[in-house]
Every structure is written in C-alpha cells, then in structure tokens.
Design a protein around this ligand. Structure first.
Ligand code: SF4
Length: 290
C-alpha cells in the first residue's frame, strides 16, 4: 500500500530537486559571465583594436567591433561551449609549462598564452604557444594554436566529408590567418629593429626572407572522443594575413558610421567574408535593420 506521507515528502523532494537543478544552470551561467568580465579586463585600453582571433572576419563586423557597437548577448550554451575549450587550453598550458625548463636548457624560449600587439594594424591577441630559438637577428620559430572541435566539424575536416586528393584546395580560413597573425606579432617582438613598420612597401619581401624559419601548426582536439590531430599550416598564410589586415584597415579607416549602414550583407567585398558568417554574427540585427 502506498504511504501517503512518504509520497508527499518524495514529491516535495523532487520539486525541490528540480529547483536546485534549475538554479545550477543559472549559477553556472553567472560564473561564466564573471569569467568573461575578467577576460575583458585583459583588453582594457584596446577597445578600438581588432582581435587577432578575428582574422579573416567580415569587414563590417570588424567595423562594429572597433567602433564599439553593442553586440547581441551570447547564448548561454555558446558560453558553456567556449568554456570547455578554455578548460582544455588551460590543461595544455600546464602541460607545456612542464617542459619549459628543458627547452630553455636546449636554447629554446617557450611562450605560452603570450600577448602580441601590432599597432600599425591595431591588432591585439594572445597566442597559445610559441617556441623560439634565436641567434642575433636569426631565428627559428614554431607557432601553435589549439582548436577544440565538435564531431560534426571534425568529420568535415578529417572524415569522409573532408576534401581529399585533387578536390583539396589550399585556402586559408580564420584559424590559419589567426595563427599567421600571431607569427607576425612574434616577429615584431623578437627582431623589432628589422620589422618596424608592417605597412612599409618592402614588408612582404622582408617577411619572405624568414618564412623558411617559421613553422605554423594547429592542434585539433575532438571534444566528442578526445582524438587529437596536428596539422601543419602552409607558411604562405602569412602573406594572406598581411593582405587581410592591410585591406581591413583601408576599408574601415575610410568609412563613417553613416556610410557603413549603406553596405548590406553581400553589398561589398569582404561583407561578409564567408557565406555562413551572418548566421553566427553578434551584430546581425543591427547590420540588417539599418
Ligand atoms: S551580419 Fe553578416 S554582413 Fe553583417 S556584420 Fe555580420 S557577418 Fe557582416
């Protein structure tokens, strides 16, 4: 026979448990928001600079960012997804720190979560990790970036849906341009006298001379099954990064708030840069409603 007293306690408990679960999601979201605020503080004073991680993005989106238009709030799920990536990053940083001394003994400097600045293009960012061996103005440099990926993106990149053989084209997307931007930022730091002005006419040539000393690679981490792949990125991505930041600065420097309103999605080269960008853009409402 059912004991009614126990049943009511059980229902009450279930009810309370439900409330607690709901609150946990809310509490976690508040925690993530507080982390976001701390992260933002890292970029205080750089509000009108571009982010290195946004290399290759839509010019208009970049205009909104540096002119501090208000973004649409990030979805809670997106914040959690980004947090997972940050946690994996933090683990890799700690793992790399463990080999830092050994590398130093062998003459290599290890940079982890290292700040890069390119004032000529108003670019600021933090690279994941970079190893440098320097001798005077000569250097060898390995620049790496970790990317966590969900299964769908993973199989698009490495699985049956990926482009193989003659269908494979060398194109540089966000990840590659971001990495190349970090490499350029490092060049500026380690040989500042040789690479003073990134807008000078002979800059491409100067960079060309050291390209063979640079290795770029992306470490992909599958969030579903923890598989890892390391993929080398063609060092010529550096040329594309130079072209991107120069063109972006030319584009945006010439435009006023009023003029940017006139440019609708697909109304100009680079707006957007890729067909899928508008769907995930935090300025979509403002961009299409103006
Ligand atoms: S909605 Fe599309 S075109 Fe407009 S800013 Fe965003 S990415 Fe660019």
């Amino acid at each position: 026979m059912v004991n009614l007293t126990n049943l009511s306690i059980f229902c009450k408990f279930k009810h309370e448990k439900g409330l607690i679960l709901l609150k946990i999601e809310e509490i976690y979201n508040n925690y993530l928001e507080s982390l976001q605020s701390i992260r933002k503080e890292k970029y205080n004073g750089y509000e009108d600079w571009y982010s290195g991680s946004a290399a290759g993005s839509c010019y208009k989106k970049q205009f909104y960012k540096v002119n501090q238009f208000e973004e649409e709030p990030m979805k809670e799920k997106t914040k959690r997804l980004l947090r997972l990536g940050t946690i994996v990053h933090s683990d890799f940083e700690k793992a790399l720190e463990m080999v830092s001394d050994d590398l130093k003994t062998d003459g290599y400097d290890l940079y982890i979560e290292h700040k890069i600045e390119i004032p000529e293009w108003k670019v600021i960012g933090h690279l994941d990790h970079c190893v440098v061996k320097k001798d005077g103005d000569n250097f060898n440099m390995w620049v790496g970036d970790l990317k966590t990926m969900a299964a769908f993106s993973w199989s698009n990149k490495f699985g049956r849906r990926s482009k193989k053989g003659i269908n494979q084209t060398t194109s540089f997307g966000h990840y590659e341009l971001q990495l190349a931007t970090y490499a350029l930022g490092m060049i500026k730091q380690i040989v500042p006298d040789k690479y003073k002005d990134f807008n000078s006419d002979d800059f491409y040539l100067n960079v060309d001379r050291v390209k063979n000393n640079i290795k770029l690679y992306i470490v992909y981490y599958n969030k579903n099954d923890s598989n890892m792949r390391i993929q080398e990125v063609d060092v010529n991505a550096i040329d594309n990064a130079i072209a991107y930041w120069r063109d972006l600065n030319d584009f945006n420097d010439d435009l006023s708030n009023k003029e940017i309103e006139i440019i609708k999605p697909n109304g100009s080269i680079g707006v957007p840069m890729q067909s899928w960008e508008c769907k995930y853009c935090n300025y979509e409402t403002i961009c299409t409603s103006q």
